[in-house]
Design a protein around this ligand. Structure first.
Ligand SMILES: Cc1cc2nc3c(=O)[nH]c(=O)nc-3n(C[C@H](O)[C@H](O)[C@H](O)COP(=O)(O)O)c2cc1C
Length: 371
């Protein structure tokens, strides 16, 4: 029997996964979490195992402020990855985003590679599409339908200008993109998360996204997976290598966005353990997001993904215990000291950090501490 020929979309999706599994696709620049110090509290009135990490995302309960970020869809291997990821997210109680649904908008037969509600009936799930594709490729009805097809609670609109720029055939005409973002945010009828994909969001862009009416910003900062490098390994003729370290490190982006807007924020891009995630929460993120750390596990089994996610949550719990924070809302009030290059960046941008490192005056603390 002749082998079934794979479509270009399927081949591209497979090659993204293969490159991320086999090559070093992370930027050389730090996400900035190493520059962030949480203040250790040597006496705490807490039982580590009773620390409450529960929260809500898109109106649904989660056991911890953690989201598995958009990775894939549109290929056979993607179906297995999405099922393993979603099943694990359901078991652990965290949110999940499918990869761009563009493949299924081109070929209806591919919706099955995104559908995970049979294994993840209760968790928050995000559909996903690129902003540049919304300029003139797809209309609002198609994106609304994508939510119905996969049972999503909201849509992540991704920003990937770096990826488009470094590819010889990338889509580099972004004229009209902000107007389209506004139109989609205001008319989709479901919450919209606007996410970067590894180059971060500056405060000016955060204000635009918030004014457009998005429910949430996912900073998707520099310091983790570099899509520039993914494209470099796929086609060495482009500018991928040159732009490997382009962007705003995750911590810089998170602090910029937090100071500029009141919108909910997801911190992603180089979040590699629960200490990074806890630091993100203390810096003002509402959730932390991971992609690359769960990819290899997802090609194997949902159990392996459960083990990665459980480790991250457990590390967050330890970190909160050592800071004396009994809940996510308490963690948001803990002092954070920012050093090194991240501090230099923030000072150069005119951002003061004493509202992070001295959240309460010593006099107020003396009044409060009644041990
Ligand atoms: C293989 C792979 C495919 C991805 N595909 C998408 C996508 O379709 N849509 C999207 O918004 N982000 C996509 N991303 C970006 C991630 O959602 C995330 O923003 C980025 O990888 C940074 O997180 P990390 O450093 O934890 O990997 C992809 C990431 C990986 C590793």
């Amino acid at each position: 029997m002749a082998a079934v020929k794979k479509s270009d979309v399927e081949l591209r999706k497979e090659s993204h996964i293969k490159v991320c599994l086999l090559e070093d696709v992370e930027s050389d620049v730090s996400s900035g979490f190493d520059d962030v110090c949480l203040v250790h509290h040597a006496i705490v009135d807490l039982d580590r195992d009773e620390i409450d990490l529960s929260c809500e995302f898109l109106g649904k309960k989660m056991s911890a402020p953690l989201i598995v970020e958009a990775i894939t869809g549109g290929a056979k291997i993607a179906e297995k990855i999405n099922k393993n990821l979603a099943r694990a997210c359901e078991e652990v109680g965290v949110g999940f985003g499918v990869g761009s649904v563009r493949a299924a908008l081109v070929d209806d037969a591919l919706w099955d590679t995104y559908k995970v509600r049979d294994v993840a009936p209760t968790i928050p799930i995000l559909s996903n599409i690129g902003l540049v594709q919304l300029i003139d490729e797809y209309d609002i009805r198609q994106i609304k339908d994508s939510c119905k097809e996969i049972g999503a609670d909201g849509v992540a609109i991704h920003l990937n200008a770096v990826q488009e720029t470094v590819q010889p055939e990338g889509n580099v005409n972004w004229k009209g993109s902000f107007e389209r973002l506004k139109y989609f945010c205001q008319n989709l009828g479901v919450p919209v998360v606007v996410k970067e994909t590894g180059a971060g969001i500056c405060r000016e862009t955060a204000i635009m996204i918030s004014r457009a009416g998005a429910s949430m910003i996912d900073v998707g900062g520099l310091g983790g997976t570099s899509f520039s490098m993914v494209e470099h390994y796929r086609d060495k003729k482009g500018q991928g290598l040159l732009f490997k370290n382009w962007g705003i490190p995750t911590v810089c982006s998170l602090v910029e966005c937090r100071q500029a807007v009141n919108t909910g924020i997801i911190a992603s891009g180089g979040v590699r353990d629960g200490v990074d995630a806890a630091k993100a929460i203390a810096l003002g993120a509402d959730y932390a997001g991971v992609a690359l750390p769960v990819l290899k596990a997802a090609t194997r089994s949902h159990k392996e993904v459960v083990s990665v996610l459980s480790r991250i949550i457990d590390e967050m719990r330890s970190c909160m215990f050592l800071c004396g924070a009994g809940s996510v809302s308490e963690m948001k009030k803990k002092d954070v000291v920012i050093l090194g290059k991240t501090r230099e960046w923030l000072l150069a941008r005119g951002i003061r950090m004493d509202n992070l490192s001295n959240r309460e005056s010593v006099d107020a603390l003396r009044e409060k501490v009644k041990f």
